[in-house]
Design a protein around this ligand. Structure first.
Ligand SMILES: [Zn+2]
Length: 297
């Protein structure tokens, strides 16, 4: 049995999935990105788990796909991310996997990997779509004509740092105050709730009749709507998938009001439909495994 492994390396967890040729998920697991071990030991432990599963199934590992939160060099596999993956800078997971397993290893931006996983679930397929992953940071992936939009070089564009019309009291690490990621990433939402209200985002949003609920939610809806309008003008997607570790929060509070706002826009902005992730946190590792099969992306 030919098996394909997908890893999704995020700022909070590293997820893995193993699929067969029919794209059926046979195995899935997750470990903390910053657990008890340093990055190299964490990756080695992941590889051991993968080896054990494949040996038990008497399968044949054919290829590996890795989705990694950027910036990551897609061609060499080197991680250049001191912001959301501190400690992993310079780690080359692609080379480690190639040496250990002696199979082709494909490295991809994590939002692209999640997008491949999510888009494969659409029936009928949608040719033009965008995926926004709300997690420790924000990832944005664009698919046009069924193909991932990639720049000629090895790096994925940092679309998560586009400007939105909502400022923050402090600067993002990209040095802007009106940055989408700084406002709407999980860390950004948590930081703003704690600094402004001394509460977690869920506590701030406990009472829908309160002033703090209205203000806190309006800030998130304004920022997300601005970001999606800009992306819609540029790419005119039929669908924008909402995924990442924060997708339940975003879908519960933010997605509905944003969709209502988008529906009132003039046709010049395109008709964009927001869709909650169908495979949720598994989208990244499933998509990475799909990329390894060579059938997508
Ligand atoms: Zn930024």
């Amino acid at each position: 049995m030919n098996l394909y492994v997908g890893y999704d390396i995020g700022g909070t967890s590293i997820k893995s999935a193993i699929i067969d040729q029919k794209r059926t998920i046979l195995y899935q697991d997750s470990v903390a990105t910053y657990g008890l071990h340093d990055p190299l030991h964490t990756i080695k432990a992941l590889m051991e788990q993968t080896k054990t599963f494949i040996a038990e199934r008497k399968g044949s590992l054919t290829a590996i796909g890795i989705g990694c939160t950027g910036p990551v060099n897609r061609k060499t596999g080197a991680i250049h991310n001191p912001y959301t993956l501190p400690g992993y800078e310079g780690v080359n997971i692609k080379t480690m996997m190639e040496t250990e397993f002696e199979v082709p290893v494909i490295c991809e931006n994590d939002a692209n990997a999640a997008h491949v996983g999510e888009a494969s679930m659409m029936d009928p397929a949608v040719p033009n779509s965008i995926m926004i992953t709300f997690g420790t940071g924000i990832g944005v992936s664009v698919r046009l004509g069924g193909k991932l939009f990639r720049l000629p070089g090895p790096f994925h564009p940092e679309i998560g740092h586009i400007s939105v019309g909502v400022g923050s009291p402090d600067l993002c690490y990209c040095n802007k105050s009106h940055c989408f990621e700084h406002v709407m990433s999980g860390s950004g939402i948590n930081r703003y709730a704690m600094d402004t209200y001394g509460q977690s985002p869920e506590e701030v949003l406990k009472n829908p009749d309160s002033e703090q609920y209205r203000k806190f939610l309006a800030r998130m809806v304004d920022a997300t709507t601005e970001a999606i309008i800009t992306l819609s003008i540029l790419f005119n997607p039929e669908v924008v998938f909402i995924g990442g570790g924060m997708h339940l929060f975003i879908c519960r509070y933010v997605m509905g009001p944003v969709q209502e706002r988008l529906d009132t826009l003039l046709p010049v902005y395109g008709k964009t439909v927001l869709k909650d992730s169908q495979i949720g946190p598994l989208a990244g590792c499933y998509g990475a495994a799909m990329l390894a099969t060579g059938q997508s992306g």
